[in-house]
Ligand binder design. Structure first.
Ligand code: SAM
Length: 285
């Protein structure tokens, strides 16, 4: 049997190749092409429209960093909004916080949830059956329109600005997120590779820093999101990450009794420290 390979099509001039043992699912949904495959190196991989979304091998890095940074930065996160996140990884991590009373997850494509639950069980676990979950199948940009002061934290776990996700990178979406957050609310979003998606990071940092009083970039290295340091944007109405009190973070982390494989209070503090090349194109310094 000839070797089978998957080559990611996110960039025109650079591709991550993964050897494939088995294709578990591949179909065009109403919104995107969904592909789920088994690989020897990274376990089971979810691909949407040719872009790697998550793998059972390294998902813990992304899902812990996009969730625990905002939730341990906030003094008492009770009501959390997730936009996207159909693979269930962010939902699983949010539900580990006992302070969280309710999570609203807004996912446009219910087939991503359905097939993630079937083939990515180590990521979803039983999160989608949590009594604290309000599941909304719909466009996140529509959902946030016209709502005020409901959530403590909003996590935008969207793909890159392709297809249905494009609307989740626009000023009016970010303004609506600002309004839907409470007065000490925090929003985080994935903002791509600091090396291969500089313009996307720069543009979204610019948009968010004009809407929120505090906006900062933090990073993590995620093997299957190629292009070196991967970035997240943290925007907040009141909580300045630069004024981070690591003692508070440590106390909250210990009290939460959440076992993590990547996140810890020291990483929380360090991840906001940026290399000069990132500082330069993000903050113009
Ligand atoms: N961690 C991944 C990343 O960084 O690219 C994202 C993973 S998650 C699977 C992305 C989800 O966002 C997908 O399930 C997709 O269907 C959903 N999505 C895309 N556009 C959306 C929209 N406008 N509203 C809600 N969900 C959307």
């Amino acid at each position: 049997m000839p070797e089978r390979w998957f080559f990611e099509s996110l960039y025109p001039d650079i591709k991550l190749g993964l050897k494939v043992n088995n294709i578990l699912y591949q179909k065009q949904s109403r919104f995107q092409n969904i592909k789920i495959m088994e690989t020897p190196r990274f376990g089971t991989v979810l691909v949407l429209d040719g872009a790697i979304q998550t793998t059972t091998g390294d998902e813990f890095i992304y899902h812990e960093m996009i969730t625990h940074i905002p939730l341990f930065s906030h003094p008492n996160p009770q009501n959390v909004l997730i936009i996207g996140g159909g693979d269930g990884g962010v939902l699983r991590e949010v539900l580990r916080h006992k302070t969280v009373e309710k999570v609203t997850l807004v996912e446009i494509d219910k087939q991503v949830i359905e097939y993630s639950q079937k083939y990515l069980r180590s990521i979803t676990k039983d999160s989608f059956s949590s009594s604290r979950l309000e599941l909304v199948i719909g466009d996140g940009a529509e959902f946030v329109k016209g709502k005020k002061a409901i959530y403590d934290v909003a996590i935008v776990d969207s793909p890159d600005p392709i297809g249905p996700a494009k609307v989740l990178f626009q000023k009016k979406f970010y303004t609506a997120i600002y309004n839907i957050l409470k007065s000490d609310g925090i929003m985080v979003r994935q903002s791509g590779s600091t090396f291969l998606q500089k313009e996307e990071l720069k543009e979204n940092y610019r948009l968010l820093s004009r809407i929120f009083p505090y906006t900062a970039v933090y990073t993590a290295s995620i093997p299957t999101y190629i292009g070196g340091l991967f970035s997240f944007i943290f925007s907040s109405k009141k909580i300045a990450p630069s004024k981070l009190n690591i003692k508070n973070i440590r106390t909250r982390y210990q009290k939460a009794k959440i076992k993590t494989k990547y996140y810890n209070p020291e990483v929380h503090s360090a991840c906001f420290q940026l290399p000069n090349y990132v500082k330069k194109f993000v903050q113009g310094r």
